[in-house]
Design a protein. Structure first.
Length: 101
């Protein structure tokens, strides 16, 4: 699922991420035995090690938000990929908006 947003260089979820969090929560409730992996990604700006840490922190922030909404924490695993496994082309400013980076 896409549509989870963070400020540039931050692991703080932005308010416009709430509809996707609610969508994940609804899916969670319909499939009670399913395990989930939350993948964090960043753009390619900056140090690769920093981006990997940031992407993990972002994934952990999503899991924390979902736990706060009532999901069982043992059903979600957070993983961070930094810019190593891009979900979109971010070779131009237009392709890598700062709000999602």
């Amino acid at each position: 699922m896409y549509g989870l947003y963070f400020d540039f260089g931050s692991a703080r979820l932005r308010a416009e991420s709430k509809p996707i969090l609610e969508e994940i929560l609804a899916l969670y409730r319909t499939e009670p035995s399913r395990q989930y992996v939350v993948e964090g990604h960043t753009d390619s700006v900056g140090d690769p090690d920093y981006n990997r840490r940031l992407s993990l922190e972002r994934a952990q922030a999503v899991v924390a938000a979902l736990v706060h909404m009532g999901v069982a924490p043992d059903r979600f695993e957070a993983q961070g990929f930094g810019a190593d496994s891009p979900v979109a082309d971010n070779t131009t400013d237009e392709a890598a908006p700062r709000t999602a980076g």
